[in-house]
Design a protein. Structure first.
Length: 43
């Protein structure tokens, strides 16, 4: 089981240009964003 802590927020800056400033978003900090040879997904 993975603990997920959600939050809501508003975009102030997006270096990738995916979201516009002021967009309301849901933040899930436990979402993996990179691959690593030691980490693997367990299903």
């Amino acid at each position: 089981m993975s603990l997920v802590h959600e939050a809501v927020g508003e975009v102030v800056f997006d270096s990738k240009g995916v979201f516009e400033k002021g967009t309301k978003v849901v933040m899930v900090p436990n979402t993996p964003t990179e691959q690593h040879h030691i980490m693997r997904r367990i299903t």
